[in-house]
Design a protein around this ligand. Sequence first.
Ligand code: ATP
Length: 297
Amino acid sequence: MSAAPIIEVRGLARRFGPIQALGGIDLTVERGCVYGLLGENGAGKTTLVKHLLGQLRAKRGTVRLFGEDPVSDPAGVLSRTGYLAENQDLPGWMRLDAYLRFLEAFYPTWDRDLAASLCGQFGLDPSRKLGKLSKGQRARAALVGALAFRPDLLILDEPSSGLDPLARRDLLEAVIRSVVSDGRTVFFSSHLLEEVERIAERVAMLQAGRIVLDAPLDEILGDHHRLSLRFEEPQWRAPELPRALHCEGSGQNWTLLVHGDPGAWDALAAQRRAKVTGLRPAGLEEVFLGRARGSRP
Ligand code: ATP
């Protein structure tokens, strides 16, 4: 088996008229990893996923899945890639069992027993028409279709839209863990930070088409802190400190999202005639919001 990363994106840029949807992205996803892509609405997540699936051709930069170009070798790439879209289009006139047989014809590795057991696990009745299923049931049916051929790579674009909170927590987590325990890889995009924090091993943050952070989740969480400062004098503008990504407060009391060595803050605060009144690790949501707000004028 090739040692190439499962996903390798280099310098990928994409414009839609005046909109720069992707501004030169580099990304590597290694085998067996659960990789979470975080981004606000419009950050470029779906545009990136469409390039991974070969639905969009890279105009600038390169995209490789299993070392292959998904546009020039769609069969080679897509036969190994399960995909669940945000609002997956399913043929409403088909019964679930007929739909699964239809998919089976495309995938030599289709596992009928696995499809049946997933339907049971997800509480789906195979004799129901897809058009009669609820939004959440359709999302589960689509997930059966994406998993039953035991893909090497599972790509999920906003996987939890349509799933209720319980399904999100139990089903998605169970599915992802089982995929990964088989040595397979998951790449998923989400704006649900709690979900990403629970599931992902590595996280990339996409902001206005650029990757602003890409690291193992543990590293991101270990490197970011919420720092509270009390200044001797009221500050009329947000205090500027090195390695501060975002700052809020007023008067003498300010709280900053900071990154890097947490040991250095007492000395830095003293230089600005302030005292550290609190320092605690930041959660992923705070990191994300702090970075997103910090980047806005
Ligand atoms: P969301 O979380 O809302 O789904 P996203 O992160 O998936 O957002 P994209 O759908 O990739 O974001 O869109 C990125 C930017 O590119 C947006 O400004 C969007 O309006 C624009 N865009 C995407 N597809 C097209 C298109 N086909 N034509 C024009 N603009 C597009």
